[in-house]
Unconditional design. Structure first.
Length: 323
C-alpha cells in the first residue's frame, strides 16, 4: 500500500508543470527604465533583471518575446502589466515584479560617419578617373550633414552606384549603397565636384570684331573644362586665318561660334586631291563644285576620270578623299 502511494505522488508531481503555473518561490523580475535593443524580437531578458529563478524557470523566461523591436529612432514602450501578462501566459506564477512601471525601448544603432562616406566616394572616384585625360582634381565631396543611423550587427561595406549619363565633370551626383552581407540596407545620395583641367588657347591681347586671327594673338592657359562651353576651341591651329565674329578681351577663350573660318576652297577652282590608304598616298588634280572651309565636305570632279567624288577640305586649295 505504501509503495502504491509513493508511485501516485511521483506521477502527480510530474504532471504539475503541465497543469499549474510554475512556482518561482522568491523569484524577482526587475524592470529597467529604458533599454536598447538590436535587430529582431525583444526578449524579456533584454529589458529586465531576473533573480531567484531556477535554471529551468530562467530558460522559460528567456523564451518569452515581448514583440518586435522599435524601428529607426522611434521609441517603443512596454508597461509593467504587459510584462506580467507575458509571464503568466508562459505558465510561470508567484513572481515579484519590481522596478520601473514602464520600459522605454530604443533600437541600438550605428552612426555612419561623414569621414567613412567621403573616404568611400573618394576611393571610387580615384579608381574611376585614373585613365581620364587631362589634369583631374576632386575638389569637394558633399555628404549628408545629419547623422546617418544604421542598425547594429555585422560588418558593412560602402559601394558607389553611378546614375546613367554621368560625365564625371563638374557637379556629379552619385549613390552610396550601404550593404551588409548580401543585402542593401541604405541608399544615400552624395555629390562630388570634379575639375578636369586642360590647356586651352585664350586671347593674349584685345581682339576686335572682323579682325583676322594669328597664332601670336593667343596663349595657352590651364582651365577647368567644367566651366567652359562645349564648343570651346582647343587648338590654336584650328583658328589661324579665321575672322573674329565678336570682340575678345585678354584671357577670353574662343568659341567656335566666335570665329568664322575663311574659305580655303572656292567653287570652280582647281584643288589638289589626296587619297590616303595606309602608307600609300596618291595625289591628283580636281575641280571643286562647292566652296568650303577647313573640315567642310565638298564635291570635287576628278580631272582625269571626270567622276565626282566627295572630299574634306584640309588646307588652302587642298582636299582629302573620303572612303
Amino acid at each position: 500500500m505504501r509503495n502504491l502511494m509513493l508511485r501516485f505522488l511521483v506521477v502527480f508531481s510530474m504532471a504539475l508543470p503541465f497543469s499549474f503555473p510554475v512556482a518561482a518561490h522568491a523569484m524577482e523580475v526587475q524592470l529597467m527604465a529604458s533599454a536598447e535593443v538590436s535587430e529582431g524580437k525583444v526578449g524579456l531578458v533584454d529589458v529586465t533583471r531576473i533573480s531567484g529563478a531556477s535554471r529551468r524557470v530562467r530558460d522559460m523566461l528567456e523564451d518569452i518575446n515581448l514583440g518586435p523591436d522599435s524601428t529607426g529612432s522611434k521609441v517603443m514602450q512596454i508597461s509593467r502589466n504587459e510584462i506580467a501578462e507575458s509571464i503568466r501566459d508562459a505558465g510561470i506564477g508567484d513572481v515579484k515584479i519590481t522596478g520601473a512601471s514602464e520600459i522605454k525601448l530604443r533600437k541600438s544603432v550605428r552612426v555612419l560617419s561623414q569621414d567613412e562616406m567621403v573616404s568611400a566616394v573618394r576611393s571610387f572616384l580615384k579608381t574611376r578617373l585614373i585613365s581620364r585625360k587631362g589634369d583631374v582634381e576632386i575638389k569637394l565631396i558633399s555628404v549628408p550633414l545629419g547623422k546617418v543611423l544604421l542598425p547594429r550587427g555585422g560588418d558593412i561595406r560602402l559601394d558607389v552606384m553611378v546614375p546613367a549619363n554621368t560625365r564625371f565633370i563638374g557637379r556629379t551626383p552619385l549613390i552610396l549603397r550601404v550593404v551588409r552581407g548580401a543585402s542593401e540596407i541604405r541608399r544615400i545620395w552624395v555629390t562630388a565636384e570634379i575639375a578636369v583641367y586642360s590647356q586651352v588657347p585664350v586671347a593674349r591681347r584685345p581682339i576686335r570684331a572682323q579682325e583676322l586671327l594669328q597664332k601670336a594673338d593667343f596663349e595657352i592657359r590651364r582651365r577647368d573644362m567644367a566651366s567652359l562651353p562645349v564648343d570651346v576651341v582647343m587648338n590654336i591651329e584650328n583658328i589661324i586665318g579665321a575672322v573674329a565674329v565678336r570682340s575678345l578681351s585678354p584671357g577670353d577663350i574662343a568659341r567656335k561660334s566666335d570665329v568664322r573660318l575663311p574659305f580655303l576652297v572656292k567653287r570652280g577652282h582647281l584643288v589638289r586631291v589626296r587619297a590616303r590608304r595606309g602608307k600609300l598616298l596618291i595625289s591628283a588634280i580636281g575641280k571643286s563644285l562647292d566652296a568650303g572651309r577647313r573640315g567642310d565636305v565638298v564635291r570635287v570632279i576628278n580631272i582625269d576620270s571626270n567622276k565626282p567624288i566627295q572630299a574634306r577640305v584640309i588646307e588652302n586649295s587642298s582636299v582629302e578623299v573620303l572612303f
